[in-house]
Design a protein around this ligand. Structure first.
Ligand SMILES: Nc1ncnc2c1ncn2[C@@H]1O[C@H](COP(=O)(O)OP(=O)(O)OP(=O)(O)O)[C@@H](O)[C@H]1O
Length: 808
């Protein structure tokens, strides 16, 4: 035999399931999760017509893990003079041995296939893992027979449903919700098989969680197994079929049947665990090549159909190829077809996947079966990364009591779906909404005031820089002794003008600071009160966090602009100085002053060293500075100069713990609903069609009023070290990011700023007053000295006890 696949071992079985929840089911708790796709091959029996025509079989079953394609056969040779020879002109047998996780022979039924491929996945599904089973093979090789089967030999889908319901009934797991959807991809268009009347093509979108969703898909919640089977049959009838050479009932589309399970665990009175898992059972269209399959069909539409089937299967092949490539960071072209986009998780992501490759043993399907086996062999290398999809949600004890009462009430009912189990955040939202208008106004005012304040800071720093620079210039000019009395007084005037402006901006700054402080105190009061009254509700937190982050972003931007302007100023001075240096040197060389002075012995050591250092600089050589040469005054000067390049900005220090991240999934999904005006406390029916059953977070849409508390909301004194009693939280930046979208509904009610209220107007008037007072400074150097007495650069004039959120 020419080829042999690698021997299988259990190294791909990586972990026992993490026990987030103890399901109470031994089977689930001892579950083994593979990190590799499981590939099985099923050989169908030869059909009666094939047997009648003496069609040769090209696949030989070796054992449960191996088969030989196009086996070498002794009797294919003819005998001549006691020796056996190959027939002249006859192609040699390929005689290829393939190894798979399981090979099913032609006499094994669907139940066996189910038990050894999908049964374990049902356990995984119940434990919270996503699972996929897909049948791949050429037309007429037995995909539909495997997945759907017949009344005599029910297929994998039927067995899965039965097993699932068996578990639900056995465990009487009332907290388990099961929903189904069924769609097909035909000619690269998605159609709902459970809602065929709509006839609308559905679109597929990737949501923020990176999960792929079919938009507006009809999701059905079956009453029981029989009801589910009925829906499945209904969907099957709606599939597109055309007869082909190889199969009179050939399915021309890829059919995707999905079961979504959601399980809520209330066993802990403080936390509710929500698990969402999904199983996709996929019957792909035939993988035959268009030329073979449609040689008898000349219709354009059928050619297009064949082309599209092959386009998506070609993309599937390309994805498998990329996923199994040994090269690093290979691009996987999931987006090249709808099929691969939908299968993205099944192929390389958070999923436990089984591929059942069906092959026909008929010699007429030689090429097709060969190519299926090659694909299947390649797919064995696909790595997966299945993990449980669970989320823990804090439950208030009072809610838990309520839940228990509800459970008691429904104890004897056959079916129990918790209606609206937890009800908390609506109150918080109402409280927030009652003061939100005032708060929005205060936040807008804060942005305005802070921007005025930063403008002052910017101008003061720029003036500080100019005054420092003027001092250097003065020293240089004095040194050169080329300045007359008149020029010197001009120069002092320039310095005086800087001091005057500094004095003006210092006064303006201190008045704005007062307004900022007033505004900040008001916001803090609202924030503290609301947080205390709503028990640190996540929605309320998020609202404040969002507004703090908006300010922080604006200030960062302003800071960058300030640095840019300072650099510009710095370089304009620097280049002027460089030019001067160059001219000076040129002058000295030109008139040989250096040589003359040197000759006359008038060149002091100091002058000589200075001259040499200038030459050194011009030549671009590095200067060696000895440690002893660095005097503390120059270091301080340098520090001061560096400080001029940054402004005090508002600081939201953020935390990013995994728990916060997890809760964010929930908050993101819950906020858009919670932020709607509270009209009706009753639960409105979910538009199931829009429910994103792939998305873990969306499951929370169902229990709309879930109260979610992040551990990150613990009172932390990080920002308010000197005031630990302040309620402040340290949370993830993303909250604000997500919240930005969700808040749009209330943002629409924003009052334009400035509001008509007297307070804001008068404050602005006050500021303008200071501006108009521009010339009422005391003037002169003494004024500058006075302004120097303004608080040091370290605290930028803010009382850190009050506002430590602002940082340099
Ligand atoms: N393992 C099997 N045992 C008995 N009959 C089988 C088996 N596999 C397939 N068949 C029969 O072969 C025929 C074609 O099978 P099936 O419709 O499942 O092919 P398919 O791969 O789904 O084809 P297509 O891609 O064209 O839909 C059917 O009549 C089916 O009953």
């Amino acid at each position: 035999m020419k080829r042999s696949g690698s021997e299988k071992n259990d190294s791909h079985i990586v972990s026992k399931s993490p026990r987030l929840l103890n399901s109470g089911n031994d089977e689930i708790d001892s579950l083994e999760i593979r990190n590799q796709i499981k590939v099985c091959v099923r050989i169908r029996p030869l059909k009666s017509i094939e047997l009648e025509n003496n069609t040769k079989s090209i696949i030989e079953f070796i054992d449960k893990s191996a088969l030989v394609f196009d086996p070498y056969k002794e009797d294919n040779r003819y005998e001549y003079h006691g020796k056996r020879y190959k027939e002249i002109g006859k192609k040699a047998n390929k005689n290829l041995k393939f190894n798979f996780d399981r090979v099913f022979n032609n006499d094994e039924d669907n139940l066996t296939v189910y038990s050894e491929t999908t049964k374990n996945l049902v356990t995984s599904l119940l434990a919270g893992y996503n699972c996929s089973v897909f049948a791949y093979g050429s037309t007429g090789s037995g995909k539909t027979h495997t997945m759907l089967g017949s009344s005599d030999d029910p297929g994998v889908v039927f067995c899965t449903i039965m097993d699932l319901y068996k578990h639900i009934e056995e465990k009487k797991d009332r907290n388990l919700e099961l929903k189904i959807s069924y769609f097909e991809i035909y000619n690269e268009v998605i159609y709902d098989l459970l809602d065929p009347k709509s006839g609308k093509p559905l679109s597929v979108l990737e949501n923020v969680n990176k999960s792929i969703n079919v938009q507006n898909l009809y999701v059905y919640q079956p009453k029981n197994a029989a009801d589910l089977i009925e829906q499945l049959e209904f969907g099957n009838k709606n599939r597109k079929q055309h007869p082909t050479d190889a199969n009179s009932e050939s399915s021309r589309s890829h059919a995707v049947f999905q079961i979504t399970l959601q399980r809520k665990d209330f066993s802990n009175d403080q936390r509710m665990a929500i698990q969402v898992s999904k199983m996709s059972l996929i019957d792909l269209a035939g993988s035959e090549r268009a030329t073979n399959a449609y040689k008898t069909y000349r219709s354009n539409s059928l050619h297009r159909e064949g082309g599209n089937i092959n386009k998506s299967l070609l993309s599937l092949g390309n994805c498998i190829h990329a996923l199994t490539s040994k090269k690093k960071n290979v691009y996987v072209p999931y987006r090249s077809s709808k099929l691969t986009l939908i299968l993205r998780d099944s192929l390389g992501g958070n999923c436990q996947t089984v591929m059942i490759a069906t092959v026909s043993p008929s010699a007429n399907q030689y090429e097709e079966s060969h190519s299926t086996l090659i694909y299947a062999e390649r797919a064995q290398g696909i790595q997966l990364n299945a993990h449980k999809n669970s989320i823990l949600v804090d439950v208030k004890p009072r809610d838990y009591k309520y839940l228990e009462q509800q459970l008691e009430k429904y104890k004897n009912h056959e079916k129990f779906v918790p209606d609206n189990p937890i009800n908390a955040s609506m109150d918080s939202l109402a409280k927030l909404n009652s003061v939100k208008e005032n708060l929005d106004h205060l936040f807008e005012q804060r942005i305005e005031l802070r921007s005025e304040l930063l403008k002052c800071e910017h101008n003061l720093k720029l003036l500080d820089f100019r005054s420092e620079y003027r001092k250097y210039e003065n020293e240089r000019l004095k040194l050169l002794n080329i300045l007359g009395e008149e020029n010197q007084s001009d120069h002092s005037k320039g310095l005086h003008s800087i001091y005057e402006q500094t004095s003006y901006y210092s006064n303006l700054k201190s008045s704005i600071e007062k307004e900022v402080e007033e505004n900040e105190n008001k916001i803090m009061k609202f924030e503290n009160d609301l947080m205390a009254n709503t028990d640190n509700d996540m929605i309320v937190q998020t609202y404040f966090e969002k507004n703090h982050t908006i300010l922080e972003k604006k200030e960062m931007k302003f800071n960058r602009e300030h640095q840019r302007k300072m650099m510009k100023e710095f370089f304009s001075k620097y280049y002027a100085f460089e030019e001067f240096d160059g001219d000076f040197l040129d002058f000295i060389y030109k008139y040989k002053s250096y040589d003359i002075l040197n000759d006359k012995g008038k060149l002091s050591d100091e002058m000589d060293e200075k001259f040499r250092s200038i030459v050194h600089k011009i030549k671009g050589k590095k200067n060696v500075i000895w440690r002893d040469d660095i005097d503390p005054t120059s270091i301080n000067r340098m520090k001061k100069m560096l400080q001029l390049f940054s402004l005090p900005v508002y600081d939201v220090t953020l935390n990013n713990t995994p728990e916060i991240k997890r809760n964010l999934v929930a908050i993101r999904d819950i906020t858009p609903r919670l932020l709607r005006p509270i009209q009706n406390r009753n639960v409105t029916p979910i538009h199931i069609g829009q429910m994103n059953h792939q998305n873990l977070g969306n499951t929370i849409n169902i229990s709309r009023n879930v109260a979610i508390h992040s551990s990150g909301q613990k009172q932390q004194s990080i920002h308010y070290r000197d005031k630990p009693s302040q309620r402040y939280y340290n949370n993830n930046n993303n909250i604000s990011k997500y919240y930005n979208q969700s808040l749009t509904s209330i943002d629409n009610h924003h009052q334009p700023w400035p509001p008509s209220s007297v307070g804001g107007g008068s404050q602005r008037k006050q500021r303008h007053g200071y501006r108009n007072n521009k010339y009422n400074y005391n003037g002169g150097v003494s004024n500058f000295q006075q302004s120097n007495s303004r608080p040091s650069e370290d605290n930028f004039g803010y009382n850190q006890n009050i506002r430590p959120r602002f940082r340099v």
